[in-house]
Design a protein around this ligand. Structure first.
Ligand SMILES: Nc1ncnc2c1ncn2[C@@H]1O[C@H](COP(=O)(O)OC(=O)[C@@H](N)Cc2c[nH]c3ccccc23)[C@@H](O)[C@H]1O
Length: 303
């Protein structure tokens, strides 16, 4: 069974897809054969190549209550040491909001509320997943075995780099529009972005992430979108210089996105269908989350 729901919380949309087989929520974790996959994405902007390869490829409320309980179990320095918090507050003059600080706990609630066992994420979320795992363990230690300790599922390409600065990750919020390939970009835009991708002065195509991060990012993207091991992607580039290779990679991305873009266009014409999918997904998500939330409240003594 596939469950889809959409969450809006204080201007924040999260797409959730949980896949599960077998017994419903409320059962004890890990030991039973239930496998439940859960993932999410920030609401802002259009998903990009990194989101797609890092997470969406593997996936398709009531959250604040559990989030509050979990927030009471986590110490301030634990959140202040998270890499993403440090990176984000570095750009803010006011030192960061409490909402931003506790956002990883809300993310933990997203995951644990469905007793998720597996979470497809990119490398940048691994530290947040460690927090989720610690919270699950801490809860189980205090109140008895209840939450599965969810595992991260990392795709072969854990971190897609910016096309303009291969030392940085590809990001929706990058002010340089050429840095990020969005899922909805036209073939012309995709070609332009790859054509302008920063590489180096060697024209040969090789995969040496430390020494040649730019061209290696292209090889990694090529391998991931074509579903090939890196070695095979390199064989395709034999005798091709970096300028031509950029076009080859752009074409592979265009091919990979084409059916997704067709589907997006089709879905956009049928708003009624989309609303229905959201309603059904939301109802299914509630059905799963409600007994878990009730059980948690009983365990911590709220009921
Ligand atoms: N350049 C990149 N290369 C590879 N993977 C990447 C790249 N950029 C992003 N990702 C992955 O895409 C997913 C969504 O990214 P977000 O930043 O919106 O992702 C976020 O900001 C989450 N807090 C959203 C969230 C809310 N609740 C959740 C519960 C489970 C999992 C995720 C969530 C993520 O898996 C992210 O690792």
């Amino acid at each position: 069974m596939a469950i889809r729901s959409m969450r809006k919380a204080r201007g924040c949309w999260s797409f959730i897809r949980a896949l599960h087989k077998g017994p419903e929520a409320g059962q004890t974790p890990q030991k039973d054969a239930v496998k439940r996959v859960f993932s999410g994405i920030q609401p802002t902007g259009i998903p990009h190549l990194g989101n797609y390869l890092g997470a969406i490829e593997t996936w398709v409320s009531e959250h604040t209550q559990l989030s509050w309980i979990l927030t009471c179990m986590v110490r301030l320095p634990r959140l202040q040491h998270l890499h993403q918090w440090k990176v984000k507050i570095a750009t803010q003059k006011h030192g960061g909001t409490v909402g931003l600080l506790t956002y990883p706990v809300l993310q933990a609630a997203d995951i644990l509320l469905y007793k998720s066992t597996h979470v497809p994420v990119g490398e940048d979320q691994v530290q947040h997943m460690e927090l989720v795992q610690d919270l699950a363990r801490e809860f189980n230690k205090t109140y008895g075995e209840f939450f599965p300790v969810p595992r991260s599922i990392l795709t072969s390409l854990k971190k897609v780099k910016s096309l303009r600065d291969p030392s940085a990750k590809m990001s929706k919020s990058d002010p340089d529009k050429l840095a990020t390939v969005r899922i909805t970009d036209s073939p012309e835009e995709i070609v332009q972005k790859f054509r302008k991708a920063v590489t180096d002065f060697t024209s040969e195509v090789t995969y040496e992430p430390a020494r040649r991060p730019g061209v290696s990012n292209l090889v990694a993207i090529h391998a991931a979108v074509a579903g090939l091991p890196v070695e095979e992607a390199l064989q395709h580039s034999a005798g091709v210089d970096t300028a031509r290779y950029k076009l080859l990679v752009a074409d592979a991305v265009i091919q990979r996105f084409a059916p997704i873009q067709r589907e997006i266009e089709k879905l956009k014409t049928d708003r009624g269908h989309l609303e229905k999918v959201l309603q059904v997904g939301s109802a299914k998500a509630k059905e799963l989350a409600h007994p878990v939330c009730q059980e948690v409240k009983k365990l911590v003594g709220f009921l």
